[in-house]
Design a protein around this ligand. Structure first.
Ligand SMILES: Nc1ncnc2c1ncn2[C@@H]1O[C@H](COP(=O)(O)OP(=O)(O)OP(=O)(O)O)[C@@H](O)[C@H]1O
Length: 257
């Protein structure tokens, strides 16, 4: 059961680490403009799935389709080229650089003409684009020139989400987006995720915060022992039932995933 046309389809992924089968034929679909929560107990295979989709640790077998076309996500660059960006739990920001520099980390805009040949970075244009991105996403970053290491956890999260939203053309994957945040900042991240979707992207949110997942996601996929065991519209399930599905206390819901 998906609510919109498929954007990302993952079919029968298997990943083995020595004797451990982290993914045992895992399947999952994210629709266009859909916010999907991915939940599961520790060791269920969520991070392994994210690494397979982001090209960090490609799956041993299985298929991935992006807008219906077979995708070979053999490296992070291949995944990014298909419009997929990941916001990692540690945010992967350079703390000594400011918000603008972090937005363009490793992907600076270069000046035109002779200056381009000399490798000059176009700071004015980067600042303009960064400001536009923050305004579009209604994110208030106090001072774009402050090193991000001096910003609050919520502000840093905003910078990381803005960077992903700026570069992603199709899908943002968020790994535990609110694990280190207080309740107010957690709510703000939820609003950011919805705004990202309003701007045409899909979002896959990996989280242990089940109330938040139910609050912000359209649909929740439950992983257990390396497999998706349920896919449920958020409005149709509560925290208690999700926990039961995660732990295997209830029979798995074998709907189309
Ligand atoms: N690099 C690795 N080497 C060996 N085993 C690994 C490796 N990465 C993951 N695993 C194992 O694969 C299984 C799935 O791990 P994974 O990190 O994907 O689970 P998870 O659902 O993300 O868990 P958590 O919620 O704790 O982050 C676990 O048994 C884990 O110990």
């Amino acid at each position: 059961m998906i609510l919109t046309e498929p954007l990302l389809e993952v079919r029968d992924l298997e990943v083995t680490f020595g004797h451990i089968q982290a993914l045992r034929g895992a399947s999952l679909t994210v629709g266009k403009h859909e916010i999907v929560g991915l939940v599961g107990d520790n060791g269920a295979g969520k991070s392994t799935l994210v690494k397979a989709i982001s090209g960090v640790r490609p799956a041993d077998s299985g298929q991935i389709y992006v807008e219906g076309a077979p995708a070979t996500l053999g490296s992070p660059a291949a995944s990014r080229d298909l419009g997929i960006e990941v916001v990692y739990q540690d945010l992967a920001l350079a703390s000594h650089l400011d918000s603008v520099e972090n937005l363009f980390l490793g992907r600076q805009l270069r000046r035109g003409g002779v200056l381009r040949a000399l490798g000059f970075v176009d700071r004015a244009e980067m600042r303009r684009v960064a400001t536009e991105t923050f305004v579009t996403l209604k994110m208030t970053v106090k001072d774009l020139s402050t090193p991000v290491g001096d910003l609050s956890g919520g502000q840093r999260q905003a910078v990381a989400v803005a960077r992903a939203a700026h570069w992603a053309e199709r899908l943002i994957i968020m790994d535990e987006p609110t694990a280190a945040l207080g309740p107010v900042q957690t709510e703000q991240v939820g609003k950011m995720i919805r705004r990202v979707r309003e701007h045409g992207l899909s979002v896959l949110v990996v989280s242990h915060d089940l109330p938040q997942v139910l609050d912000i996601c359209d649909r929740v996929v439950v992983f257990r022992h390396g497999l998706a065991v349920a896919s449920v519209a958020s409005g149709d399930i509560g925290v208690r039932d999700l926990v039961d599905l995660m732990s295997g206390a209830e029979a798995a819901d074998e709907e189309e995933l």
